[in-house]
Design a binder for this molecule. Sequence first.
Ligand SMILES: [Zn+2]
Length: 366
Amino acid sequence: MIIDELVGFSNLYGSNEELVLAGGGNTSAKDGDVMYIKGSGTRLSDITAEGFVKMSRSKIAEIFTKTYPDNDKEREALSLKDLMDAKLPGQEKKRPSVETTLHSLFPQRFVLHLHPSLINGVTCSENGKNATKQLFGDDVLWIDPCKPGYTLAKICYDTLREYKNSKGRDADIVLLANHGIFVADDTVEGLGDKLYSVMSKIRGEVTEEPDFSVGDFDGDKAQEIFNVISEVFGEDSVVTYEPSVISLKYSKDKESVKEIYYPFNPDQVVYCKPYPVYIENKEEIKNFVEEYKEKNGFLPKILLVKDCGVYGVDYSQKGSETAVALFNDAMKIAVFAKDFGGAKPMSDDLTDFIVNWEAESYRSKQ
Ligand SMILES: [Zn+2]
């Protein structure tokens, strides 16, 4: 059964932390007019057949024949409504992944979409586009940074059609700038082969590995900082602390923080909030956190502290750990990107769009 194959490879890739963190990534399969797509809020690592939403492919295709308003909110709301209307009967209570329309663009039976840090070392780099061309020639399609949701789907729709017209075949590997990778194939084995061939080529270019071992941190200061953070965020807060070599390096001084300050991809915005707070001594914490909230309208989830490393704060164990995991991912990307001209964060416009994007905030609430 196609659904068994889909569940199988979703669980396989979803349990590999080099490939998937938190609710990131999604998968799909097509059978005639039916597309099975990962439901929003599910995780690839433990998704079952029930976690997939059955959609009508022909109804999703209608979205690309329509014209939507330029206004971000109206366009996203209307196209999302059309996507919801493409669910098949019996699926009313489920919500398909926000990336469903992208999956529908590939005619291949199976599609795998991931945000691995190694691949994002290229997609979030200054030379990402050229490096992709050099490493993969015409085999991998590159998509420039753009707003997620309908805008990204429409750009991919046009680019994939252009590719087919000029090459006489369908594209099957796509790199999305500041986002991740799409791989499509008619067989599950083919998906894996393509993903790993891209990863091994990138691996061959990378000369530095991020160091997550425990570094030389100030234990007394770290404990004091931990206590003040718990106090400032309140008794319901959960703090996750990691004095890794790499986080100590990026929190060394104000100059080093700049390399990691701006977010590289949407997952980071969703799970860590867009910017960390940099702290040099415990007296700064209360004021800096209040200023951050005043400016952004929400609390930070990541604090980088000089001589201590990274602290993740949220109001659940899972939220706090996930924030640190995603921030670790950002630091990995920054290291990998050094071999591709250095890291390139998202633009402020794009970051603001994602902060306000309803569909994304729905995802982080799950
Ligand atoms: Zn994605």
